[in-house]
Design a protein around this ligand. Structure first.
Ligand SMILES: C[S@@+](CC[C@H](N)C(=O)[O-])C[C@H]1O[C@@H](n2cnc3c(N)ncnc32)[C@H](O)[C@@H]1O
Length: 275
């Protein structure tokens, strides 16, 4: 059966974005990328993906807005609190045995997950021996992460999550409210580096003891998911931990044999001892 015109246009649009700007969305799950590009079509007043392609190719200024539409930014601090509770109760005791630690938050968006981990590590006495790396392809989100400033109306849900995560303090100890925003204590990011890194095209990161990558792989097709999981495996030290969060798993991955299941429901895995 011949391909549908819209599907041809979609494929060519993704090729164009990749060739012109080196943002490769070709291996993203087709249903979700189609939905997001339909939004972009509407936003830029284009009737077809071909018109959108023309605009994107000839007007580079559209790129940041397009990227923002293509990358889903939804996040919260201590999102899925049971994940952080499990880290605190079960993973941290292992991490305490290392003299120095590296934590990689892949797909960190505007930093909510990384700040949550920084708070958790501070409360567990691990902050001073830890370096945190937050990576994402959305540079606007990374800037926001560096600033550590969030809208005040998001704080109620952050606080609720924090309480449910087995917190040891009050979230208000970590930020000050100013001009309708919550400004998080900058010492929380004194051991954090945020950088532009793509799970599609970039290579292995640091020698990490914990990789947390939640709500990112769901946007990838199976092959791309496996590329990312391969990167995580190669970036982890032996016995290092990989946290994928409730929506993703290693079940269908070719790398499943390289890990043992550590906390089933939270999809936290531990890299096997051998290389
Ligand atoms: C829904 S957010 C998840 C944020 C956070 N991890 C959480 O669970 O709350 C997905 C993030 O993945 C990022 N992302 C998408 N494609 C990526 C890629 N190829 N490499 C790195 N990050 C990517 C997006 O920019 C976005 O910030």
């Amino acid at each position: 059966m011949p391909a549908r015109t819209e599907d041809i246009e979609l494929r060519l649009l993704l090729e164009a974005i990749n060739e012109k700007y080196q943002y490769d969305f070709r291996g993203y799950s087709i249903a979700s990328i189609k939905r997001r590009l339909a939004l972009a079509k509407e936003r830029f007043g284009c009737r077809s993906f071909s018109m959108l392609q023309d605009k994107v190719l000839h007007e580079p200024a559209t790129l940041p807005e397009l990227l923002d539409l293509l990358t889903v930014r939804v996040s919260e601090m201590f999102r899925d609190p049971s994940y952080f509770r499990t880290l605190r109760e079960r993973v941290i005791p292992h991490l305490k045995t290392y003299p120095s630690l590296k934590v990689w938050v892949a797909g960190c968006g505007a930093g909510e997950e990384l700040y949550s981990l920084a708070i958790l590590f501070r409360e567990e006495g691990l902050e001073r021996r830890t370096m945190f790396y937050g990576t994402d392809i959305n540079t606007a989100a990374l800037k926001k992460a560096e600033a550590g400033v969030y809208e005040l109306d998001r704080i109620a849900s952050f606080t609720r999550n924090y309480r449910r995560s087995g917190s040891r303090s009050s979230l208000s100890n970590y930020y000050t409210a100013a001009y309708g925003a919550a400004v998080f204590d900058k010492t929380l990011r004194s051991r954090a580096v945020f950088s532009d890194h793509s799970l599609v095209s970039d290579s292995v990161f640091a020698e990490a003891h914990l990789v947390s990558c939640r709500n990112v792989l769901i946007y990838f097709d199976r092959e791309l998911q496996d590329r990312a999981i391969g990167l995580f495996k190669d970036s982890l030290v032996r016995k290092g931990f990989l946290g994928l969060g409730a929506k993703e798993s290693l079940r269908l991955s070719r790398y499943i044999g390289g890990f043992t299941e550590f906390a089933g429901e939270e999809r936290i895995y531990q890299k096997r001892g051998e290389r």
